[in-house]
Design a protein around this ligand. Structure first.
Ligand code: URA
Length: 204
């Protein structure tokens, strides 16, 4: 049977949405994944961070940003004096996409179709949390919020106003910082922190 389009799906309140999303079959990623990883944070958070997709640790625990990328993000939050507990953290895609190599599950980037299929859930989170400020971590989240033409290398750290008055920007993904060769990692990290520091100073 044809899948319903995102607009035709009646998603309920944020309280009901995780249970609905837990059974999501809108794209094939649900099948190999352990579980849907829903966003986490206060329903009235002013600040929302959007990542790419759960990683291995997130898939197993069911919580966003609890693995190595999450640890780096926590450090960046501390350096930028951002209170993680006051923010809402979620992902553009809510199932882990991976390639099995022996016992190891290798992260595989979600494609545009997965982002599109999952968009209804992100819209649900944006519509119910109604943050003032959205920070996209990496190109996948940026594409989900700003569209596929968005160029992270050119636009990172720059503030934009979304149609609904929300200020939004994109910065690099913490996993990208971790993937940098040792000599480049510190400056990549400092760049992430600098972008996060503009939360208190920058913006329209
Ligand atoms: N990377 C992401 O984009 N999100 C997570 O939740 C964890 C790692």
């Amino acid at each position: 049977p044809a899948r319903p389009t995102p607009a035709s799906v009646d998603v309920g309140s944020l309280a009901e949405a995780p249970a609905q999303a837990a059974d999501c079959r809108r794209c094939p990623l649900w099948e190999p994944a352990t579980q849907t990883v829903w966003g986490e944070g206060p329903e009235d958070a002013r600040l929302m961070f959007i990542g790419e997709q759960p990683g291995d640790a997130e898939d197993l625990t069911g919580r966003p940003f609890v693995g190595p990328a999450g640890a780096l993000l926590d450090r960046a939050f501390a350096d930028a004096t951002i209170d993680r507990a006051a923010a809402y953290l979620t992902n553009a895609v809510k199932h882990f996409r991976f390639e099995q190599r022996g016992k190891v599950r290798l992260h595989k980037r979600p494609d545009a179709g997965h982002v599109r299929a999952c968009h209804v859930w992100l819209q649900q989170e944006l519509a119910t949390v109604r943050p003032d400020t959205v920070v996209c971590l990496g190109a996948t989240a940026a594409a989900a919020v700003f569209g596929n033409a968005f160029k992270l290398t050119q636009e990172r750290g720059r503030w934009h106003t979304l149609g609904n008055g929300v200020r939004a920007m994109a910065t690099v993904h913490p996993a990208w910082v971790l993937r940098q060769p040792p000599a480049a990692r510190e400056s990549a990290y400092r760049g992430l922190v600098a972008d996060l520091l503009s939360l208190s100073s920058g913006g329209p």
